[in-house]
Design a binder for this molecule. Structure first.
Ligand code: ADP
Length: 392
């Protein structure tokens, strides 16, 4: 029997899962799937090693009140009753926040768990879901080795200046710094970059992770040197529902003159802004691209304008640029967004091949473009599986 690694990626409204062979020679996941709609109407989908959908629903009787822990328990009931070609020998989790302490994946024990709990105030919207998944696995399989992989870890290689806010020093010392996120996605891209760029992979590269959450990472020699997200995943680019960077004065104004309390401002910045707020229609790029509404068009234009601006600032952090990589839902699938962003980057020497872009080719820049522009699908779960293999 092969050993399997259970990979869990618990987000705010979804839990992605996969079973990877513990030995990488045995190929990709034997099972992968997702529980979506958490908090509203949970739904379940899974596919076998060949990608064929499985005709099962493990969530019978569960509704919007089901929490992450309960859903992971239900998932485990199903996984442990099935035959997946091996036994679960370890679990690997995506954990959003590793603070300053965790700059690499770690085997979870009681001390680590206490540290992760202490980080909840830094990511109250995200960290509790990862911890709930870890606890649910520990409750069911107390002897199973569990590994935590952090979204923040890759950014700990950044120079101090890239991590500092211009705040009183005692606050920086207390951990109010730019942590950055989407690290597992960036780790995956950094790993596969040489397959696409050869030696240029170790040059100056900006990775644009454009999904519901969106950020960019500037890499030199495949190490993070700067990123667009900061203390929270709210900073930087415009996102599906999040505002991205905003003049902090607006927040005072909303509270002092518009009578909003902190909870209302948080709700607006995290859930009601971004593509949804500007369009008034949807946070889903597909819906906006299909719409004739002028506000939908303006939302897309603003998304791309802000992305081009952020990219320009990361070019300054890198002192030049050799390549851009687009990844995640929008980055991989929206030729319109890639074109609108790249159209603003002609001054850098970026030149897009329209046919390659429309065809979602791996390389969408022209042979004469000074900057290589690539489209690379990300795979956060593969990074978690790899880390778990290494640590067990
Ligand atoms: P998450 O951050 O939730 O993992 P994803 O990486 O799955 O998000 O990205 C979701 C985003 O990708 C949504 O805005 C969705 O509309 C967009 N997207 C997915 N497929 C397409 C497509 N074919 N064209 C344009 N946008 C797409």
């Amino acid at each position: 029997m092969t050993d399997l690694i259970l990979v869990l990626n618990a987000g705010s409204s979804s839990i992605k899962f996969a079973l990877h062979p513990a030995s990488p020679e045995e190929g990709g996941p034997t099972l992968a799937g997702e529980i979506g709609g958490i908090g509203s109407a949970p739904d379940f989908r899974a596919a076998d090693a060949g990608g064929a959908p499985l005709d099962v629903n493990i969530l019978e009787g569960m509704d919007g009140s089901a929490d992450h822990g309960g859903l992971v328990s239900r998932l485990l009931d199903w996984l442990l009753a099935g035959d997946w070609g091996g036994c679960i020998a370890a679990a690997g989790h995506r954990v959003v926040h590793g603070g300053r302490r965790f700059d690499r994946p770690v085997l979870i024990d009681d001390t680590v768990m206490t540290s992760l709990e202490e980080l909840v105030p830094l990511a109250p919207q995200h960290q509790p879901h990862s911890l709930a998944a870890i606890r649910a696995v520990a409750a069911r399989l107390p002897d199973l080795r569990q590994v935590a992989c952090f979204d923040t870890a890759i950014h700990r290689t950044q120079p101090r200046l890239a991590q500092l806010f211009a705040l009183p020093r005692h606050l920086s010392d207390a951990g109010i710094i730019r942590y950055g996120f989407h690290g597992l996605s960036y780790r995956y891209i950094a790993k596969v970059l040489p397959d696409h760029l050869g030696d240029r992979a170790d040059g100056r590269v900006i990775v644009a992770h454009l999904g519901n959450g969106a950020s960019m990472c500037a890499m030199k020699a495949r190490q993070s040197v700067a990123t667009s997200m900061g203390f929270t995943p709210l900073d930087g680019l415009m996102m599906g529902r999040r505002s991205g960077s905003i003049d902090p004065g607006v927040l005072f104004h909303l509270q002092e003159s518009n009578g909003m309390d902190v909870a209302a401002v948080r709700q607006m910045l995290y859930r009601e802004s971004g593509l949804l707020g500007v369009s008034g229609i949807s946070n889903d790029m597909r819906v906006l691209e299909a719409s004739d509404d002028a506000n939908a068009k303006e939302a897309i234009d603003l998304f791309c304008y802000r992305a081009a601006l952020e990219l320009g600032s990361l070019v300054a952090a890198l002192g030049g640029l050799d390549a851009i990589v687009f990844t995640a839902g929008i980055g991989q699938h929206s030729q319109t967004v890639r074109r609108l962003i790249c159209d603003r980057l002609g001054w850098l020497g970026v030149e897009i091949d329209q046919a390659a872009n429309d065809g979602h080719s791996a390389r969408i820049s022209t042979p004469g473009s000074k900057i290589d522009v690539l489209v690379i699908p990300t795979d956060e779960e593969a990074v978690i599986a790899e880390a778990a293999r290494t640590l067990i």
